[in-house]
Design a protein around this ligand. Structure first.
Ligand SMILES: Cc1cc2nc3c(=O)[nH]c(=O)nc-3n(C[C@H](O)[C@H](O)[C@H](O)COP(=O)(O)O)c2cc1C
Length: 494
């Protein structure tokens, strides 16, 4: 540190002199405006701290590029007006690890919907300014992808700030790679819009179209595929067919209110409703209202359409017929051939789906399940059947598994491998010898045949997933010991 200080001091002194000169002008630019916009309801958040305004510009370009919510971190008690005084206060905070109070506090519930968090700051005394540390310490970042962007006047590699973030993100269970961080010199910020936007593009974060999605839609939206439908529709592949799991292609589709497919025909399909209120109609029959937890079996060759109700978002998992090969000219490969017209949609005769098995008491997406006493779990676990082994898609049977907070299972292996689709809460999955995965609704975890893994809830949150034992011709499960409780207790939690 001493050596670093000596190398940096000339640069910093120069920068400081510069800053003191421009201090007043810069300072005037930085008001105490919270500068927050949480209206987009997307899954990306940009938080930033600024003293003289550079980070505000960078944060706005990032938020605009990706359609993200953004918020500024402000120290509750303002820093002094002059640079020199601010530098003194900042140095004391850093040296004495003082976490100043800040204006921005996002509850666990508010943080829940963000998958990606951008954190922006000026390098201060070779490190992360302490107000940013206050925010990062308080916020639930478990399982989030975190990207850093910073500005400096000489510490172009961020000096100690990136190692500081790396250590903290590891402790908080967030994914962070300091190699992806963006560094822009303070004096260059005003000309860096293209650089900043190109950096965001290079991270390949799906552009969020600032869609206001209600909280009942918990799976990530994925790509906008509206051109193949009527209305706004989003698509995310969950499972690709491969030779390890031999699981049929499985996707997740989200429809905005009023959005719908055309009439179409394909091989057998299973639909598992994940949120909202939707409509399913087979040719010649009344339209069925389907809701979270419903499972709809569509036999091969039955002409039908599906989509959202006019007043509700709707989302569903679709499992395609394992053996279906669309032929050229197939209606399924030409969605839109026979649209469900506005007139048809407005005059639908509907009835509640007769196959509904869930009741008001079922808090979890596919039901609360029935208590399943087992020595292989550290606490209470509840099971339910979602899809029989004999189904229209030719998929393996699917079960619902609900874990009380703090419950997890022993190490075990499945002869045919296992696929888990997370439906509720926050949980863990770990394959032997591999890093811990932190799971949120919509995540899919895979464990190959014969390989040991364990899964379960975090210490604080109930958790549920769908579970399918892949390759049902190899049904065996072998149980081993459990991850010791003191090791489980050391895992990052929300
Ligand atoms: C208190 C303080 C400490 C700073 N320490 C450093 C430093 O250690 N290394 C560096 O390169 N720049 C340092 N700077 C310069 C800022 O990082 C740089 O001017 C940045 O562009 C300011 O961003 P902002 O306009 O968003 O506040 C410091 C600035 C201040 C105010």
């Amino acid at each position: 540190m001493k050596k670093l200080a000596r190398i940096f001091i000339p640069v910093l002194t120069f920068a400081l002199a510069l800053l003191s000169l421009v201090g007043c002008a810069e300072r005037n630019r930085t008001d105490q405006n919270a500068d927050a916009d949480f209206s987009k309801k997307g899954d990306v958040l940009v938080v930033y701290f600024t003293w003289s305004g550079h980070l505000r510009s960078m944060a706005h370009w990032i938020a605009d590029e990706v359609g993200a919510d953004y918020a500024r971190i402000l120290r509750k008690e303002e820093y002094p007006v002059t640079y020199n005084e601010t530098a003194d206060v900042a140095k004391k905070e850093k040296d004495e690890s003082i976490y100043p109070e800040i204006n921005l506090s996002l509850s666990d519930k508010e943080m829940e919907r963000y998958k990606t968090v951008f954190v922006g700051f000026p390098v201060w005394w070779y490190d992360v300014p302490m107000p940013v540390m206050t925010f990062l310490k308080q916020a639930n970042l478990l399982g989030k992808n975190v990207y850093a962007f910073f500005s400096h006047e000489g510490s172009s590699d961020g000096a100690g700030s990136l190692p500081t973030l790396e250590k903290l993100m590891q402790a908080k269970g967030a994914a962070f790679d300091k190699k992806t961080a963006l560094s822009v010199r303070g004096s260059k910020v005003k000309d860096s819009e293209t650089v900043v936007r190109e950096w965001v593009k290079s991270l390949n974060i799906p552009k969020n179209e600032a869609v206001a999605v209600p909280s009942e839609i918990t799976f990530p939206l994925g790509d906008d595929v509206s051109e193949r439908f009527t209305g706004k529709v989003f698509f995310k592949n969950l499972i690709q067919k491969d030779s390890i799991y031999n699981f049929p292609v499985t996707n997740h589709i989200t429809f905005a209110p009023g959005a719908r497919s055309s009439w179409h025909v394909h091989g057998g399909m299973e639909i598992l409703v994940t949120g909202g209120k939707g409509i399913y109609q087979e040719e010649g029959k009344k339209a069925q209202i389907i809701r979270k937890g419903d499972v709809v079996h569509i036999p091969a060759g039955v002409k039908h359409w599906h989509g959202a109700a006019p007043d509700s978002w709707f989302s569903q998992i679709v499992i395609y017929d394992a053996g279906w090969k669309p032929e050229a000219g197939d209606v399924h490969s030409a969605h839109g051939a026979e649209p469900v017209t506005d007139e048809w949609y407005a005059n639908l005769e509907t009835e509640d789906y007769a196959g509904r098995t869930l009741t008001e008491k079922d808090a979890f997406m596919f039901g609360n399940g029935t208590l399943f006493p087992s020595e292989n779990f550290s606490g209470n676990v509840y099971l339910g059947d979602v899809l029989n082994a004999k189904n229209e898609a030719g998929a393996p049977g699917i079960h619902n598994v609900v874990f009380d907070a703090g419950t997890y299972n022993n190490w075990h292996s499945h002869a045919g491998g296992q696929v888990l689709i997370v439906t509720d809460g926050i949980g863990y999955h770990q394959i032997e010898g591999q890093p811990l995965e932190i799971l949120h609704p919509g995540d899919v975890a895979f464990c190959p045949p014969g390989v040991k893994h364990w899964h379960g809830a975090t210490a604080k949150t109930k958790f549920a997933h769908l579970a399918a034992n892949a390759n049902p011709d190899k049904p065996g499960v072998q149980w081993f010991d459990r991850l010791p409780l003191d090791e489980y207790n050391k895992l990052p939690t929300e």
